[in-house]
Ligand binder design. Sequence first.
Ligand code: SAH
Length: 246
Amino acid sequence: MRGEAITAGMTTDPVPWRATVLTLYPEMFPGPLGLSLSGDALARGAWDLEARNIRAHGIGRHRSVDDTPAGGGAGMVLRCDVLAAAIDAAAPADDPRPRLLMSPRGRPLTQGRVRALAEGPGLIAVCGRFEGVDERVIAARGLEEVSIGDYVLSGGEMAALVLLDACVRLLPGTMGKMASGEEESFEGGLLEYPHYTRPREWEGRAIPEVLNGGNHGAIARWRRAEAERLTAERRPDLIAARGRES
Ligand code: SAH
């Protein structure tokens, strides 16, 4: 029985984590994700990235994708019919992947959300441009608005790159020999403890003595205390959130 299962596992390629990005600038992908750990993982087929041009679904000879805002005001708005056509062509209704709209109005991205996304089948990321997208497409296509922070970018592409980078580094095998990520910032609701490496002394600054001692219990306690100190100092909101969860 056991042998059979192993044989089956070896003959079937695992389904890669699959990302589809809808954008007016597909040339921006994979961009930086084609390098380093994410690039190696992409080349290995551990994940898959498809960037699709929203303009392929534009209207008329000029493949127009935007129009002036209803009610007046500055800028242009991405049309709901164009965006819906792009989404429908990229993902059939039964595609299990979450559909995310990069948006400064969205729920701020967290490591917890990233981890959940990385554990799923992949994602579809819609990149806005101009003033944003016609509100109606958000409900009509079940888009979850995701923000990467309280500042405004000129388009959703960089936000999608950030989101994808955060997810891909968590895919099995992607981080190589690096830690599983369990002790990293935000895991367990704390910022990470400080790191040091050689030289042991540099410009009059020494590595904290406990780290040179090889006493793993003491090192773990020191790291924990440092993580708590840094978090209390810099991100009291994280400490408050931990209190609420437990
Ligand atoms: N007028 C909009 C901003 C549009 S910025 C507003 O005030 O809310 C153009 C596009 O950039 C957005 O549609 C979105 O896709 C992307 N974008 C900008 N800031 C972002 C952020 N902080 N997080 C995620 N996407 C963002």
